[in-house]
Design a protein around this ligand. Structure first.
Ligand code: GCU
Length: 651
């Protein structure tokens, strides 16, 4: 099988000299051997700062730094005359500098100096890969691109070529951490920290070559499953000893392991609550055992009642993460990172930003995004998520010019969308989401449309007009997706279980706490302090007040925060019901236009790419039609109010 090189397929460089030693300098040398060359009179040199004197641009580099350090990952690039120099303190900065030059060389035609440092220290991808395929979830939970690139037949794959290919893709976009297994750690994966250590060590070695730390998801109840202990109580001395001994063996095998990821007391996973202990007790157990080795525990905050009775109107799932974790703020060890999903529910196409991301004060936390498109089209539908992530990263956590999410977060994590399909992501164009994630993690102020241009230029050999057309087809696809699916932030009108396609009432009477409460008069969830669940009170003023009032709540989130009548007039002047009809008609029309525009340029692409994208866009059109008609018909039947423009709504 020929594996798609993604965005590392088209670039070329002139001759490059390297003034550095060490493992990552070796990696760059190996990269250079694979990179196509161009004849060019520019002389490119890569050096560590200690050897910058060996290059002609040492003065430019020193002036750019003016005494400030670069950190382990930063780098300087300077061009003057025919010389181009990349300088960094050490290996990782040099590797990122190398990929920077590879990406932009073609545009580096005049003199310039840039200094780059990542905005966020830990930039991670979480894989929900299973060692043994799960009976319902398969090889990759919520994976839409084939099997796992790490595991097959209950073992780590023997040939790691594909993994190496992945590591270089990740390094090229600045990712420095990867968790290789599913947060839902089942029986087989529980043994990754024992029986499979030699194989884990092989995987870690490949990622190490690219400056990427490996993490493992672990099972909180492992001491009970792997030893004769009858408890996993985090305060029980025997449990502490078991974890210490186990962690010590793990670090014998992988001395630079990043650490663990833990999903506890969440969706039926075991956790400290069983023993009436807190999340701080649980997380600190791991933190203390990992600390001697410099490891970190990522402790997930995706904790809520997944056995809710829909009749119970007093419980609001959106409140749960904040209610669980804010009282514990400050009680976590320094090497705990609380991993917070971007919204209070679950990776919907539209949700408010989780109040935890603004309100945790004394605990390190990570923002968690989802590159795999569980609720955003599953890599069948085109949905470029860059603009959505950028909005989340730039969200003002006080509503008053306070720090943004990007400024507050110490780490960023996302669920990977990669599998063993030849093109990695199922939908060829979904590669752009992986690319944009890495680039935004490095620079949260990057413009998502520029990132698409960058990605397209690096991925396809094509003329500028074709590239612009492709970018323009993709750029707004997240908003298009939002338009034809669940309206005004209400979320979760998806087919239960699979989460693809519409099912307006699919979750309405379920145990999962995800309801829209539509009746003949209105729709939406009252989360106000005045009359609802009080969720709006988890935000500081003036944000809380903005969400509390139907008059100031942003239209796109109205039904997330309020239950309103169908004739409620939005800030944009339209009624809620008319907005639902309009966006659903418009969303479908936009997909139709995407397909038409794509077909006009499709023959400029390789047959495999053409076929892949055409088939998926056709499927998307059918999906959008289903969404449009089911949602419109549902609300028409309930309300009896017709579309003001008389378009077809099936009765
Ligand atoms: C979602 C998803 C699950 C996943 C969970 C998580 O609910 O559907 O498959 O396990 O998120 O983030 O832990």
């Amino acid at each position: 099988m020929t594996v798609d090189p993604c965005w590392l397929g088209t670039q070329r460089l002139p001759e490059v000299t390297i003034h550095a030693s060490g493992a990552l300098a070796q990696t760059i040398r190996a990269e250079l051997r694979q990179t196509r060359r161009i004849r060019n009179d520019v002389e490119v040199a890569l050096c560590t700062l200690g050897r910058v004197g060996e290059t002609p641009l040492w003065q430019e580099v020193e002036a750019a730094l003016s005494g400030e350090g670069l950190g382990a990952e930063g780098f300087v690039v300077a061009r003057r005359g025919n010389n181009l120099v990349v300088a960094a303190e050490a290996g990782r900065g040099l590797l990122y500098g190398y990929f920077y030059v590879l990406r932009y060389f073609e545009w580096m035609t005049s003199e310039f100096v840039v200094v780059e440092r990542p905005a966020i220290a830990i930039r991670m991808l979480d894989h929900w890969d299973n060692l043994v395929p799960h009976p319902r979830m398969g090889a990759v939970e919520r994976g839409y691109s084939g099997g796992s690139i790490f595991f097959r037949d209950g073992r780590v794959v023997a040939d790691l070529t594909r993994v190496r290919g992945y590591a270089r893709l990740l390094a090229s976009i600045g990712i420095n951490a990867v968790a290789i297994n599913n947060v839902n750690v089942h029986a087989a994966e529980t043994r990754l920290i024992t029986d499979h250590l030699p194989d884990v060590s092989r995987l870690a070695a490949v990622f190490r070559e690219y400056g990427i730390a490996l993490y493992l998801s672990v099972n909180f109840a492992a001491p009970m499953e792997l030893s004769d202990l009858d408890t996993a109580d985090p305060l029980d001395e025997r449990v502490v000893r078991w974890w210490s001994a186990t962690v010590s063996r793990v670090y014998d095998a992988v001395p630079d392991l990043g650490g663990f990821v833990v999903k506890a007391d969440s969706e039926n996973r075991p956790g400290p609550h069983v023993y009436e202990r807190t999340h701080a007790d649980g997380a600190n157990l791991f933190a203390r055992t990992l600390a001697p080795y410099g490891g970190t525990v990522f402790w997930r905050c995706f904790v809520y009642d997944s056995h809710q009775d829909w009749r119970d109107r007093s419980t609001d799932r959106a409140r749960a993460a904040y209610d669980h974790f804010i009282p514990l703020d400050g009680r976590f060890e320094d090497n705990v990172v609380l991993q917070v999903k971007h919204g209070p529910l679950d990776f919907q196409a539209r949700e408010p930003v989780s109040p935890l991301l603004g309100e945790l004060q004394e605990t390190r936390f990570a923002l968690e995004l989802q590159v795999t498109q569980e609720y955003t089209g599953q890599q069948k539908d085109l949905c470029y998520l860059g603009p959505w992530w950028r909005e989340i990263l730039q969200f003002d956590t006080t509503g008053d010019g306070g720090p943004t999410v990007a400024e507050r977060t110490k780490a960023i994590v996302a669920v990977s969308n990669v599998g063993d399909d030849a093109n990695w992501t199922g939908h060829k164009l979904a590669q752009s989401n992986l690319y944009a994630y890495g680039r935004l993690a490095w620079d949260p102020s990057a413009d998502p449309v520029s990132l698409l241009h960058e990605w397209a230029a690096a991925t396809f050999a094509m003329d500028d007009r074709t590239r612009s057309e492709l970018v323009s087809i993709m750029a707004d696809s997240w908003r298009t997706y939002e338009r034809y699916t669940a309206p005004l932030g209400v979320g979760f009108m998806v087919a239960p279980g699979s989460h693809y396609g519409p099912s307006v009432n699919g979750y309405e009477y379920s145990k999962w706490g995800t309801y829209h409460f539509a009746d003949r008069n209105g729709v939406g969830v009252d989360r106000t302090v005045a009359t609802g669940s009080g969720y709006t009170g988890q935000y500081p003023e003036p944000l809380a007040g903005r969400y509390e009032s139907v008059y100031t709540c942003p239209d796109e989130l109205l039904l997330f925060f309020h239950h309103v009548p169908y004739d409620h007039v939005l800030q944009n002047g339209r009624t809620v019901l008319q907005q639902i009809y309009d966006t659903h008609f418009r969303g479908y029309d936009e997909v139709e236009a995407m397909l038409t525009r794509w077909k006009a340029i499709a023959d400029r692409f390789e047959p495999v790419t053409r076929e892949n994208i055409t088939t998926r866009l056709e499927g998307q059109l059918a999906n959008a039609r289903e969404w449009r008609d089911q949602v419109n018909t549902y609300f028409y039947r309930l309300s009896g109010i017709p579309d003001s423009e008389g378009r077809t709504i099936y009765r």
